[in-house]
Ligand binder design. Structure first.
Ligand SMILES: O=c1ccn([C@@H]2O[C@H](COP(=O)(O)O)[C@@H](O)[C@H]2O)c(=O)[nH]1
Length: 299
């Protein structure tokens, strides 16, 4: 049966892209024509964020398969920030972009069920996929899998994150000598194998950082049927040359995400008008996509 991985794969083929633009709005990088410098009210911040995101979405739409709002950047501005997020999600959907909420949620079962409804249901914060922290255990992540399955959506469980200290927890050696992130991958795979779609991929994906290509190779062995969400490309130092182990032989199986590298390309001072800002962002998305395609489609 068709699942959300099939939808993703159709979109990847249609757009010839596995790129995801991260929507991490940080006012310090906004050009002056969008926001006054100095004290800014939450309402003004929210308006500027939505305006910036609309420019980003318009500029990247033909080069990316999805956008990934990082929720922290919206939560900073309270209910006004959440309003900007809701409007951004609606705008991205109107441009036929897949929306991945980078929320990294996960809690006791009952609370996870509520989170799952918020991000994978039909409300104003719901996208198509959400990132989930599985380190609370299976009762913390199963509600997301159930909700995603019911609604034809998907999720990405954190397995090996891109940050420099991820080894402190995720690479801990268990009593049997196995590394924690590999155990996590093995556990997820048991469920993933029961949820395969027409392309043999599950709607249960995994986050694996671009900064850890050797680890990605090991995770791929444990999780052959999960699509990887790969952050850490660009600003965190991951390069296109690192990406080969993330993909399958057809150049599928992974989405590569970049936030700062795309949306803050070029200096603030150069961006005096909306048209110039649009061009900087579109150029970064186009060039990133070309670089990634060169690697993922090479044999
Ligand atoms: O392992 C992870 C998981 C999530 N992220 C998020 O991705 C973006 C990365 O931003 P860049 O500007 O492209 O570095 C950001 O929203 C993180 O919260 C991650 O980096 N690593």
């Amino acid at each position: 049966m068709k699942n959300f991985a099939d939808v993703l794969i159709e979109e990847i083929i249609h757009k010839n892209s596995v790129l995801v633009a991260g929507l991490d709005p940080d006012l310090q990088y906004f050009p002056d024509f969008l926001i006054d410098s100095g004290e800014v009210s939450n309402q003004k911040a929210s308006e500027a964020i939505y305006h910036y995101n609309r420019i980003v979405i318009d500029a990247v739409a033909e080069h990316v398969v999805a956008v990934k709002p990082q929720l922290a950047y919206y939560e900073v501005y309270g209910s006004e920030g959440i309003r900007a997020l809701e409007k951004t999600i609606a705008y991205a959907k109107s441009k036929n972009l897949i929306v991945i909420n980078d929320a990294k949620r996960g809690d006791i079962g009952s609370t996870s069920s509520a989170y799952a409804k918020a991000f994978l249901g039909n409300g104003s914060l719901a996208g198509d996929m959400v990132t989930v922290n599985p380190f609370l255990g299976s009762d913390g992540y199963l509600p997301f899998i159930e909700e995603a399955g019911r609604n034809g959506k998907g999720l990405f469980l954190l397995v090996k994150t891109s940050n420099p200290s991820s080894h402190e927890v995720q690479d801990v050696k268990l009593e049997n000598g196995e590394l924690l992130y590999i155990k996590m991958a093995d556990d997820i795979n048991k469920i993933a194998q029961q949820t395969l779609g027409e392309n043999n991929y599950s709607f249960i994906g995994a986050v694996v950082g671009a900064t850890y290509p050797m680890e990605a190779e090991k995770v791929r062995k444990s999780l052959p049927s999960s699509i990887f969400l790969v952050p850490g490309f660009g600003a965190q130092g991951g390069t296109a040359n690192d990406l080969k182990p993330f993909f399958d032989a057809k150049g599928l199986g992974a989405l590569v995400s970049s936030s700062r590298g795309i949306i803050y390309n070029g200096s603030k001072e150069e961006k005096k008008t909306e048209a110039v800002l649009y061009e900087f962002i579109a150029k970064a998305a186009r060039e990133s996509n070309d670089k990634i395609n060169e690697v993922r489609l090479s044999h």
